[in-house]
Design a protein around this ligand. Sequence first.
Ligand SMILES: *[C@@H]1O[C@H](CO)[C@@H](O)[C@H](O)[C@H]1NC(C)=O
Ligand SMILES: *[C@@H]1O[C@H](CO)[C@@H](O)[C@H](O)[C@H]1NC(C)=O
Length: 422
Amino acid sequence: MKGPGLRRLVLFLVCCWGFFAADAAHIHAQQRAGRTKPVPLIMSRIGSSVLFPVYGNVYPKGFYYVPVNIGQPPKPYFLDLDTGSDLTWVQCDAPCISCTQAYHPPYRPSDNLVKCKDPLCAALHSSGPHRCEDPDQCDYEVEYADGGSSLGVLVKESVHLNLTDGNRISPQVSIGCGYDQMPGLSNHYLDGVLGLGRGKISIVSQLQSHGLVKNVVGHCLSSRGGGYLFFGDSLYDPAHVTWTPMSSEYTNHYSPGYADLFLGDRTPASRDQLVIFDSGSSYSYLKAQPYQALVSWLKKELSGRSLREAAEDQTLPLCWKGKRPFKSLLEVKKYFKSFALSFVDGWRAKTKFEFTPESYLIISLKGNVCLGVLNGTEVGVDNIIGDISMQDKMVIYDNNKQVIGWMPANCDRVPKSRSVKM
Ligand SMILES: *[C@@H]1O[C@H](CO)[C@@H](O)[C@H](O)[C@H]1NC(C)=O
Ligand SMILES: *[C@@H]1O[C@H](CO)[C@@H](O)[C@H](O)[C@H]1NC(C)=O
């Protein structure tokens, strides 16, 4: 693979047993003194949202992260924003067998292990065998599409969250304490991953079951870098959002199901492509056939123009250079057209997701313009709408209504809550 880009799309989530017994023993020892704390009575704030600032960019950084305060006393962690996986985990001194480069010292667990029989532990292993090698702990292993992985145990810990109504909450949630990590291709500083997928273990699903916010995740990533992330449904007017139902067939990821690819023509260049939305992927991906169609179309559109292919620029597989180095996408927009994926859903109207030049191109550090849509077949993934194509849009995953929505937005400015202050 030429350029990096694919970060956090879970391929496997399996229970680990047998050869991790030695590591488990240490964790087990800590648990003996553990006891369960009473669950505090929490007032329902379901009308409010949790809001986080987001840092990072598509290029050159290639990832986005969110600062989250975890533990008692609270300590800060920078977690990779990932709607492509469910589990939130932090690098953990349990002790750490293999921790990767991090922004902050690893999390230290206290007597707070989640038991193997816990429903959340069972939910975590719903796709594979769930065996309780040690009833006092819940082992997990996640592996991401970029080859990175984390292995650890679930712990119950407080996370400190700011609500848009001005209040702060510190609910107890189950997160992973990762004591054995392998870096992926996109090897970058990482304290952990904020898993925002559709599974029950997702932090937002847990917050909803505590009666705190609705199981709705939204992000707004700015093309200038940064942006914001929210949980709950009080920061947008649903009437202004383009909605499409989530696939009931393909439930592992946020997917509206199948789409046709339109490249300027009225007849689709490619049909019935399964598409997923994944904030853990900085670029977008198309499978070999639609990718080939897109590349041919772009080359045809550019023939006779002043852009030339720049094979020497290794930033991404396909780059073009102008007479002079480009500084901004504004200078090249005029050479490129928009294209679209049109979702074939159960509803009467088809829903279009448009790719404007800004949402599929980058300007490399060498001043060339490069295609930010990559060949998914080459890396073994389906069609992915990644961060590059979600920039300057609010993208909303409503797990209660089972819909995905998007609308144009200024992601540089955090919106005011629409809900009444409590
Ligand atoms: C939450 O609010 C406090 C007080 O306004 C602020 O210091 C803190 O940085 C906020 N945390 C996040 C994650 O936004
Ligand atoms: C995409 O990747 C597949 C598998 O590696 C390859 O066969 C195909 O030629 C690639 N398509 C393009 C246009 O590069």
